[in-house]
Ligand binder design. Structure first.
Ligand SMILES: CC(C)(COP(=O)(O)OP(=O)(O)OC[C@H]1O[C@@H](n2cnc3c(N)ncnc32)[C@H](O)[C@@H]1OP(=O)(O)O)[C@@H](O)C(=O)NCCC(=O)NCCS
Length: 192
């Protein structure tokens, strides 16, 4: 699904059920994580992505997702449109990781999460997931959803560790995919 279609789908769903959420960009998270250990990596800078970073994010995405990477147009949208929480993790200028979160109520959607190949297995993915869950809780989402390739064992292990459960399998672009869900609260009566 393209980013635009994803946003339309999530917005539509959130409007039907309840209001979508637009967390101000550059909130307290940046202060919380800048200059502290993020995973086992010291002194990471963790902050919202800037418009000028779209090209670099698109190139990074190719290194992480190969043929399934988003084109630069999608990254331009992800960094420019306030509907998306697009965050980067950098150290000494190097881009280590990024994520894209679409916050809403009742559902938020983790549209992308990637750690650079050289930086995997050092706790960055886990630290990002903790930050994502904090962002989603703050937005008072009832659940957080994401889609993952069935074959992507490292990602599925990470999501399972953070309380995601499989919801439904489907096929996309000839790949077996899985929607996973992390629930936060019991929906209020009459909400769903
Ligand atoms: C998935 C991803 C974000 C994880 O990032 P990371 O920084 O390596 O994550 P962490 O170091 O916090 O944890 C990785 C976990 O995967 C496990 N793992 C690593 N390789 C694995 C494999 N081949 N099979 C199963 N588990 C594996 C590690 O053991 C670790 O689990 P543990 O903490 O219980 O030991 C990263 O691999 C990545 O960016 N992959 C490419 C892009 C991608 O697939 N993104 C997800 C799209 S839905």
């Amino acid at each position: 699904m393209t980013l635009r279609n994803l946003r339309i789908a999530v917005r539509f769903f959130c409007q039907v059920v309840r209001k979508g959420v637009e967390e101000p960009r550059g909130n307290g998270c940046m202060k919380t994580y800048t200059g502290v250990r993020f995973g086992d990596i010291e002194s990471c800078e963790v902050r919202p992505a800037r418009v000028g970073e779209a090209d670099e994010l698109a190139r990074f995405d190719v290194r992480c997702f190969a043929g399934q990477a988003w084109p630069v147009e999608e990254w331009s949208e992800a960094v420019a449109d306030a509907a998306f929480q697009t965050w980067v993790v950098r150290r000494c200028g190097e881009l280590l990781a990024c994520w894209v979160l679409l916050l809403g109520r009742p559902v938020s959607y983790l549209a992308s999460l990637a750690v650079g190949p050289a930086w995997r297995g050092r706790g960055l993915g886990g630290a990002i997931m903790a930050a994502v869950l904090a962002q989603t809780r703050r937005a008072r989402s009832v659940w957080l959803e994401l889609d993952v390739d069935v074959e992507n064992r490292p990602a599925r292990a990470l999501y399972a560790r953070f309380g995601f459960a499989p919801l439904v399998r489907f096929r996309e672009d000839d790949r077996a995919r899985l929607t996973m869900v992390r629930r936060f609260h019991r929906p209020a009566p009459g909400l769903l």
